[in-house]
Design a protein around this ligand. Sequence first.
Ligand SMILES: CCCCCCCCCCCCC/C=C/[C@@H](O)[C@H](COP(=O)(O)O)NC(=O)CCCCC
Ligand SMILES: Nc1ncnc2c1ncn2[C@@H]1O[C@H](COP(=O)(O)OP(=O)(O)O)[C@@H](O)[C@H]1O
Ligand SMILES: [Ca+2]
Length: 473
Amino acid sequence: MQWKHMCKPHAFTVHYVQRMKKHRWRCKAVTFWCSDEVLCCHWLQALNDLLEQQTWRPKHLLVYINPYGGKKKGKQIYENKVAPLFSLASISTEVIVTEYANHARDNLYEVNLEKYDGIVCVGGDGMFSEVLHGLIGRVQKDADVDQNNPKVPLSRCNMRIGIIPAGSTDCVCFATVGINDPVTSALHIILGDCQPLDVSSVHHKNMFLKYSVSLLGYGFYGDVLKGSEKNRWLGPARYDFSGFKTFLSHRYYEGTVCFQPAKWAVGSPRDKVCCTFGCYICRQSSKQLEEQQRVKTNGLESNEKENWTVVKGKFMAINAANMSCACPRSPRGLSPAAHLADGTADLILVRKCSRLDFLRHLIRHTTSNNDQFDFPFVDVHRIKSFQFTPKHFDEEDTESTDLGIIGKKNFAQICTDHPSCGCNQLNSVWNCDGETLEQTALEMRVHCQLIKLFARGIEESQKQEDDTNPSRV
Ligand SMILES: CCCCCCCCCCCCC/C=C/[C@@H](O)[C@H](COP(=O)(O)O)NC(=O)CCCCC
Ligand SMILES: Nc1ncnc2c1ncn2[C@@H]1O[C@H](COP(=O)(O)OP(=O)(O)O)[C@@H](O)[C@H]1O
Ligand SMILES: [Ca+2]
């Protein structure tokens, strides 16, 4: 071999990314040897020049670690798997290990963001939600935008967020990268990938409650989350335990849902066209939305209040999915054809049904082929906004809730028709990206591509994509 004949060999090592099975990426290395020192230096110089030209790659990152998320391994995961890769890629970091809930959110209001090319959060969906609220809130504050106004157009955030999965569900990571793997996510950050993401704002009358990027769910998923909090010590298994109990309790909730269909959007929730890398539906839908907004500001379109659809009923679950919500428990997600950046959400209404039917619906989330919407008690709509008013809510709520469409009604009924559970629980709670909301009456509105992630969406599987014949990025 050539290196055996070199008397004074010179060498350099190139680290690169290799695609493995199931969207997993790994860092590999190849060393180049050369007997001529000048030639070796030229190669090094040329490669460094090429790297310098890649201005989309981050150089300075602000990292928040939740040491208590998931199996409490956030710090370990970051130190052992992520930090060595960042240092290999010459990325400097400022690391903050959070000391209390909302530490990261509050810190983002104070920190000098100009020093950084991106923010990294190590934790689950709850931790991501904290960082999301800190960043969006900070950008609105700097731009003097009032977050309490549900109709106000929000200012876009240009700083990208990277997610190192170390939580319990990690649905945002799974649905944007295709796998919950800290090394893969770190490599997407290093390469400077960019995936725009829709964000929904959630308001109660003129009061801002939360932002949501994945699931805003009432009924089943709200009850699972509420029940799971008491058993946090179980780690990620708390959701299975609570899910089982919630399924057995078989509750339904009454209320009225009003929604505005996203008429301009390309595609529909049951067209089986999934959101993938460079998604055509996202590009086309966001373009058409922009065009519609331009027409509206020119005063060419009538009042948007006209386009509301009203559904009144008894619901097992009301789910608004901004993205597929795929996760290891449900590899295709709650709405497999929902899109990351099309400016819409899929509203899934699961009406009162038998226990067996609800189980059949749930089981379809875990399999790859069956359509979970193909039931007479399930409806799904692609929407740009919706409002919900529960049938039963207290005096205080009645006074403060006037969402314009539904209006005030007599809600002081006592629940008489919950024979199956014998409960006195009239209302569920909302699960907003893994956080419960206090208010039940709310309105949600999708903001197209409000934030950006260090991700690229799900790459379509290639035939050669396996461990024996991996492809390079
Ligand atoms: C009989 C088998 C039934 C299996 C049904 C499986 C359906 C799973 C769909 C899961 C959708 C998840 C949407 C994401 C929610 C997360 O934001 C939230 C918080 O995550 P984290 O902060 O990382 O803990 N997770 C949940 O609300 C858990 C839902 C689990 C439902 C069983
Ligand atoms: N140092 C901390 N102590 C307690 N709670 C924290 C801390 N840092 C973040 N949190 C909160 O922990 C919650 C859950 O975090 P997350 O990382 O999503 O884990 P999990 O996926 O297990 O729910 C989030 O709501 C977040 O605000
Ligand atoms: Ca969307």
